[in-house]
Ligand binder design. Structure first.
Ligand code: CTP
Ligand code: CA
Length: 230
């Protein structure tokens, strides 16, 4: 049975969400990024607000408008997203701590270590610049490893073996809930289909609009927190 969405499921809860891609500069006019429209993350933020939560959305560059009632903090790089998320989690005192963290962002796994402060120019001999990459911090894994973590929900876009990779990723990231989808099937689209992985196994959420799926996800999170029907 799929938990059903109700307006007060997350009343009084604080929810922190990451969404969109990150952008890692190569020079002042170029960079590398990930495919992500931000639609799923923004839909989750909207659904959490509709469920009565106080919602903060940390977002990479997207073309979307901020959902009504949601506090949005814009960032570019994975390091900035990491720093804002950690500041949000530690700024809140125990009395108003973040209850739920949903990492929907498509975070760039690497940044350019030798980014240039000036625009790179083409070389007359046709040679190309050499970029050196270094790994970005894993925001979700860092949050999940805090001494008193919020309820952590990860997302995974895989291109194959979703059931196998999804469960493995949930365990590797040490999160109670991981949401899987097939990457090429979702980017930029208004609909999606999801698989929820938790300690009991996996549950399919049938193809629907991202907004409808976001409501189902919020209901599933509330159920696992002991709010609302399971
Ligand atoms: N994530 C994160 N910080 C990162 C990378 C990923 O917070 N630096 C989060 C994503 O927002 C998502 C989850 O981790 O919720 C899974 O992201 P994914 O890219 O699928 O996982 P990775 O561990 O980076 O593995 P892969 O090698 O498959 O990219
Ligand atoms: Ca990744």
């Amino acid at each position: 049975v799929i938990a059903s969405f109700q307006p007060k499921l997350l009343k009084g809860k604080r929810v922190l969400i990451t969404a969109g891609p990150t952008f890692e500069p190569i020079d002042p006019v170029r960079g590398i990024t990930n495919l992500s429209s931000g639609k799923m993350g923004y839909a989750v933020a909207r659904a959490a607000y509709e469920a009565g939560a106080e919602v903060t959305l940390v977002s990479g560059p997207t073309a979307l408008t901020t959902p009504y009632g949601v506090r949005r903090i814009g960032i570019q790089t994975a390091q900035q997203m990491h720093d804002i998320v950690m500041a949000q989690l530690t700024a809140n005192s125990a009395a108003n701590a973040t209850d739920i963290f949903v990492a929907v962002a498509a975070v760039a796994d690497w940044r350019v270590a030798n980014a240039s402060s000036q625009k790179l120019k083409k070389n007359a001999d046709g040679s190309a610049p050499e970029l050196i990459f270094e790994q970005n911090p894993d925001i979700l894994a860092t949050v999940a490893a805090l001494p008193k973590p919020p309820y952590c929900v990860g997302f995974a876009a895989e291109s194959e073996n979703l059931l196998q990779y999804g469960e493995a990723k949930r365990i590797r990231k040490n999160v109670p809930l991981l949401v899987g989808n097939i990457g090429h099937d979702t980017f930029g689209k208004d609909d999606n289909q999801l698989v929820l992985f938790d300690a009991n196994g996996h549950t399919d959420l049938a193809r629907a609009s991202k907004q409808e799926l976001a409501r189902q996800l919020i209901a599933a999170i509330a159920a696992r927190l002991g709010n609302g029907p399971r």
